[in-house]
Design a protein around this ligand. Structure first.
Ligand code: 9MR
Length: 864
């Protein structure tokens, strides 16, 4: 039989080619230079089973027989984990830097995938090779190469063959572990060297592409439409060697093109890009998909296939065996004498854990998708209305994104320590399995006991911040729930003040991630800001003003993420109307942060404002997107087009204009991530399971991934930062999906969806908003609108958000409509054009509560 006969999914072909090369060279004895004198040695004892099963062992639940050099083993059904049934051989010596080839032939009585490992058989199971070969009734020859990065005298070859529901038979023959193999080479399919945003360029937005080329000179480029007609042409701008990609690149700028449609391609240097759209609705779709990602991520509810087609499944962790359920969970190690019902919420990622700090930041960012539409001049709440997402809660009159957020907020609230206990009001840091489970494993099939892990100040404050934000957003829809959320937030706040230094450790018991955090000033700041925005209370105002983070520059290189949340407080203080003394300073900080991120982005030939220091962190794609959230907020605050354009260009990197030629969003683009690490979207391991839903973001390149997961260790050592990525389900350090990474994707996709033409902020329209007088219950405002450009402005419309507690009573020389807090001003100057250099003036009387009247942070001006 030709080797390798391993069935390959198209995306994995490059890996197979590397393995094939290794085999061919090995077979021809063309061993690598360092081992030129050595004949390959086989480390396996009795790999041809000539001596029965001598040298091999199995777990006690397996029986088998050898016949004609093939060992066939009966595997029982109904086990949960791959490692519940193992065939192995121990005592294999591995040498650092040496490359090895594992060969074997295997078949199975039914189509199953198994886990083939070379590892050390001691906790934490360091792994040199992990593969998931798919077996069929036909015997197949498999070949995998790897390089050892430690000296082990006691490595183990293990075939983990458990976790299948039905009994089956596993047959193994011709097993070899050969020394002297050619090191595996990662040669990913990066597609055409003309790298584009594979989804869409906004019609009047920036349009750039990046050409990977060795050419030192500028080369011509051509843009063609779907019919092949030439639309535009120009010359590239050479950039030279670029550090994050390790490649030499040129920039193609076709921003001047305003033609719209699908199927455009760019050609340069003999390469034609993947097709892309200009204009159109792609970002509206992406916005819906990125937010609908959360429904099948829900715990504690059956996923309805009619709502999320292809993703229907049983409810996870609802006290139905084999689940032990989240209905009555106690503390790990007997640390408490109560149980909590923590059913519900979202699974964090590809695991079944639920972590409060990460849930808190995720739900806050999702709520901000909605909250932004109330306060940003281009915000469009209509797109988020009841019925807009693929979720079950249609017809309740609540915007769907808030319904989705509520699923998580209720879970966060359930994690609070009950009244009467020592740490009452604090939130448990997390709930997860006692031990890590294997892949795949549907949520409903997880048999592990689950525990609450100790409360932490960070989790308590995350809950306080998210629940406080929920309280103000749910107020118009469900006042009772809003009040409950506020009570939970204030209780949490008081508990955090009473226990300000209970830190979650950086190491975790088995079965879940640590989410360790021993610096909580930022959590205090964020929670105080949200509580202030919701209540206006002095206590929170003072806390915000007194925090040393209030004047500090938190918009630094490292951006914001679950461990660094002060920015979230500042973004909301800047955007959500409030009467914080010196609020302008916060607005200025946000804008300065956006300037920094934009300046970094402008330096990059990929429009990538991240990682120029050579570090791409775990979940780097979320860091890229979180920076864009800051830039987007600067646009909402200033209306300056360069921030809008910065966000749109920054999105290119995520959607394919990168060193991998890969869109990191499932279902978007020609070449996209689809094997994200997940226990239930595990199509790569079991063809009966789906890939992740469209709109799922992959974590993305991680420059130190090879120190983490075995797949990255095997393929990504020595990679340039942007290339430290592999679309393999085993690479949890580069290719996981998480609730906190999809949230900024949802924010930026929603922002992009709104930049499609209708609501342009006019750059030549300047607005001055004066409070001319105020008394305890009211105020008098005058607004001056000046045309600073050379052309007349037609149909001038202003839009702003009234600070909380203020509303319009009467007005003159204008038509004012107030919906909620959003005011729209039309009919300025009786509807006539505003001539160049001229000013319209109008005014109104407003009512207010006890707080001083303040001007809104920003007034948007659009013209027809
Ligand atoms: O996103 C987390 C990242 O910042 C950490 O460096 C990493 C290691 O502790 O863990 C990541 O979070 C994982 C969590 O611990 C468990 N669920 C999956 C998360 C994403 O990989």
């Amino acid at each position: 039989m030709p080797r390798p006969a391993r069935p390959l999914r198209s995306r994995r072909r490059h890996l197979a080619l590397a393995a094939l090369t290794a085999v061919a060279l090995g077979a021809a004895a063309a061993a690598p230079a360092a081992h030129a004198q050595d004949e390959p040695t086989d480390l396996i004892t009795n790999g041809d089973f000539a001596d029965g099963t001598a040298g091999w062992w199995t777990t006690a639940n397996l029986t088998g027989a050898v016949d004609a050099g093939e060992w066939c083993i009966d595997v029982p059904g109904g086990t949960a984990n791959a490692w519940d049934a193992i065939v192995g051989q121990d005592g294999l010596p591995l040498v650092t830097g040496e490359s090895y080839e594992l060969q074997f032939t295997a078949r199975a009585s039914s189509d199953v995938s198994v886990r083939a490992l070379v590892q050390r058989p001691v906790d934490p199971w360091p792994t040199a090779l992990e593969e998931f070969p798919l077996l069929t009734a036909e015997p197949q020859d498999f070949s995998f190469t790897f390089t050892a990065n430690a000296d082990w005298t006691d490595a183990q070859l293990a075939f983990q063959i458990g976790r299948h529901a039905e009994p089956w038979q596993f047959c193994l023959s011709e097993v070899k572990l050969l020394t002297g193999a050619e090191p595996p080479v990662y040669d990913p399919d990066t597609g055409p060297r003309v790298r584009v945003n594979q989804v869409a360029y906004v019609q009047d937005g920036p349009k750039r592409a990046t050409l990977v080329t060795e050419s030192a000179e500028s080369v011509p480029w051509r843009l063609h439409d779907a019919e092949g007609a030439l639309v535009a042409e120009g010359a590239t701008a050479p950039y030279g060697e670029e550090s994050t990609s390790g490649e030499s690149v040129h920039v193609i700028d076709f921003s001047a093109v305003t033609a719209a449609g699908e199927g455009f391609t760019l050609t340069a240097d003999g390469e034609t890009s993947y097709p892309f759209a200009i204009g159109g609705d792609a970002y509206r779709d992406l916005a819906v998909d990125a937010m609908s990602f959360y429904y099948p991520q829900r715990s504690g509810i059956a996923i309805d296939d009619a709502i999320a087609p292809g993703y229907g499944r049983e409810a996870g962790h609802v006290d139905v065996a084999p689940n032990q359920g989240d209905g009555s969970v106690t503390c790990f190690g007997g640390a408490c004498d109560y149980t909590l019902d923590v059913t519900g919420g979202w699974y964090d990622a590809g695991d079944h854990g639920k972590y409060v700090v990460n849930g808190g930041i995720s739900v806050a960012q999702l709520m901000s998708v909605y909250e932004r539409t109330l306060h940003a001049p281009t915000g469009d709440a209509g797109r988020l209305a009841d019925g807009s997402l693929r979720i079950p809660e249609h017809g309740d009159g609540v915007p769907d994104v808030l319904d989705e957020a509520r699923w998580e907020i209720e879970f966060l609230m359930s994690m609070q320590v009950p009244a009467g206990e020592e740490l009452a009001g604090m939130a448990h840091h997390k709930v997860h399995d006692e031990r890590w489970t294997g892949l795949p494993l549907m949520p409903a099939d997880d048999p592990q006991p689950r525990y609450l892990y100790p409360p932490s100040t960070a989790a308590t404050l995350n809950l306080a911040a998210a629940a406080a934000q929920a309280a103000r957003l749910f107020e118009p829809y469900d006042a009772e729930f809003a009040a409950q959320a506020l009570e939970a937030a204030e209780t949490a706040w008081a508990a955090a003040l009473a226990h300000p230094d209970v830190y979650a450790p950086n190491t975790s018991p088995d079965g879940g991630g640590p989410y360790g955090d021993s610096k909580v000033e930022d959590e205090f700041y964020w929670a105080a800001a949200e509580l202030f925005l919701t209540t206006g209370a002095k206590e929170y105002e003072e806390f915000v003003l007194d925090s040393k983070l209030h004047d500090a520059d938190v918009f630094s290189e490292s951006g914001f993420w679950w461990g660094e949340v002060a920015q979230l407080g500042k973004l909301d203080l800047a955007l959500v109307p409030n009467a914080l003394p010196g609020r302008d300073e916060v607005v200025a900080q946000v804008v300065a942060g956006a300037d920094l991120y934009l300046a970094q982005q402008d330096e990059s030939p990929w429009d990538l404002g991240y990682g120029s220091n050579g570090n791409f962190d775990w979940g780097s794609n979320s860091a890229v997107l979180n920076r864009l959230v800051v830039v987007a907020t600067a646009f909402d605050l200033t209306g300056e087009a360069r921030y809008r354009d910065g966000v749109l260009a920054g999105l290119d990197y995520i959607l394919g204009r990168n060193a991998m030629g890969n869109s990191y969003v499932t279902g978007y683009g020609s070449h996209f991530s689809e094997n994200q690490h997940s226990r239930w979207y595990a199509n790569q391991l079991d063809p009966n399971l789906p890939n992740p839903p469209a709109g799922t973001l992959s974590g993305g390149p991680n420059s130190i991934a090879s120190t983490w997961d075995p797949v990255a260790q095997r393929w990504l050592a020595g990679c340039a930062p942007q290339r430290c990525y592999i679309d393999d389900i085993g690479s949890w350090a580069t290719n996981e999906l998480t609730v906190n990474w999809n949230a900024p994707l949802a924010q930026i996709a929603n922002f992009a969806a709104e930049q499609s033409g209708d609501l342009q902020v006019s750059p030549s329209c300047e607005v001055e908003y004066r409070i001319n007088g105020q008394w305890p219950s009211g105020f008098n405002a005058q607004i001056l609108v000046t045309n600073t450009g050379d052309e007349p402005l037609e149909d001038v419309t202003l839009r702003w958000t009234m600070p909380t507690g203020q509303s319009i009573v009467s007005s003159w020389s204008v038509k004012l409509d107030q919906e909620g807090q959003v005011v729209t001003a039309t009919d300025l100057g009786g509807g006539t054009a505003l001539k160049a250099g001229r000013t319209f003036t109008f005014g109104f009387i407003g009512s207010k509560d006890g707080r001083p009247a303040v001007a809104p942070a920003y007034v948007g001006c659009t013209a027809g």
